[in-house]
Design a protein around this ligand. Structure first.
Ligand code: MTE
Length: 319
């Protein structure tokens, strides 16, 4: 059991942060991160295939109309190529610039997702059917990783609250637990990080999960999600650190007790369950006061709740 608590690979100390001048050159930046990743990992990565497109979308669903409440006014979208080639998806690789090259044999269509637990109408449904069932909309959100990088992206999807309502949660349900696919044969990172408590799991309080901001994302930049970004279904919780936004979901379960999550199990002091973005609370090993935009390298102040305090602050006010 000694190797259970492996240091999460995104723990890059501030002294290793690439100088801003390098960030301005995207190629050099990605290359440097790749080298860093390899150094930390100390093992060769298997590169399965070049970027593979996600499954064919249900006809007419993309691009979806932008919700005027989340139109991104005043925000500049991040470069779409960077967001597709700079990913955290540990089931494939801890090297962010390699994930998109390793997802080729990961099958995302057909894709079954089960929504069950403490609810009156549990269901098992194919992702395509689910995507056909709800009207899709586009929302521009800020997205903030715990590693202090950030991006601004247009997600396509539907509010999680609609899906949860459709299964009719029982009154005992207090939390929602999410699980990612667990396929070591298609996800080489799982075998390499043997001490990790796979599958990747995450959780929210039920009142958080019902907040209008929480999206089940099915697309990005007006197209279906690429596999490296979590096809066919992922969560986007924009006021929390990025690890709460779990990818490639196979199960959504209503539960009574706070669920264990992969990152909290590995390092509870570093990745606690709540994990709201907060510039005043440093990570134990680096500051969270500012963040770097992944495409330009610009360093900007971190906002409380990642800028969504108006929508979610009341969830955390002590009475
Ligand atoms: N979901 C799964 N299943 N596995 C992961 O490793 N990484 C998380 C989150 N969801 C992760 C995951 C982290 S740390 C971040 S910052 C975001 O995905 C990155 O999302 P992106 O690659 O689409 O930018």
């Amino acid at each position: 059991m000694a190797n259970l608590i492996l240091p999460p690979r995104w723990q890059i100390s501030e002294r290793h942060v690439t100088p801003e001048s390098v960030y301005r050159n995207r190629r050099a930046f990605l290359q440097q991160m790749g080298l860093l990743g390899t150094g930390l990992l100390g093992a060769a990565e298997w590169i399965h295939a070049a970027d593979a497109p996600a499954a064919t979308p249900p006809a007419g669903k993309y691009p979806a109309p932008r919700n005027p409440k989340f139109d991104g006014k005043g925000l500049t979208l991040s470069d779409a190529t960077v967001t597709a080639e700079y990913n955290n998806f540990y089931e494939f690789s801890t090297s962010k610039d390699r994930v998109h090259k390793m997802v080729g044999s990961f099958t995302t269509d057909p894709w079954t997702v089960r929504i069950d637990g403490l609810c009156d109408r549990p269901r098992t449904v194919d992702a395509r059917e689910l995507i056909g069932e709800f009207p899709l909309e586009e929302r521009v959100y800020r997205f903030r990783c715990v590693e202090a990088w950030a991006m601004i992206v247009p997600w396509t999807g539907f509010p999680l609250s609609r899906l949860l309502r459709s299964v009719e949660p029982k009154s005992e349900a207090r939390f929602v637990r999410f699980t990612t696919a667990n396929r070591p044969e298609q996800m080489p990172g799982i075998g390499r990080l043997r001490g990790y408590p796979w599958p990747y799991t995450e959780g929210l309080r039920l009142d958080e999960a019902m907040n209008d901001l929480v999206l089940v994302a099915t697309g990005i930049y007006g197209k279906p999600l690429p596999k490296q970004n979590g096809a066919p279904l992922r969560l986007v919780v924009p006021w929390k650190y990025g690890y709460k936004s779990i990818k490639s979901i196979v199960r959504i379960e209503l539960v009574a007790k706070q669920p264990e999550t992969l990152w909290e199990t590995l390092a509870p002091d570093e990745y606690p369950f709540e994990s709201n973005v907060d510039p005043k609370v440093p990570h134990p090993r680096w500051s969270q006061a500012s963040e770097r935009l992944i495409d330009t390298g610009d360093r900007v102040p971190t906002l409380p709740y990642n800028g969504y305090g108006e929508q979610v602050g009341s969830l955390y006010r002590k009475s």
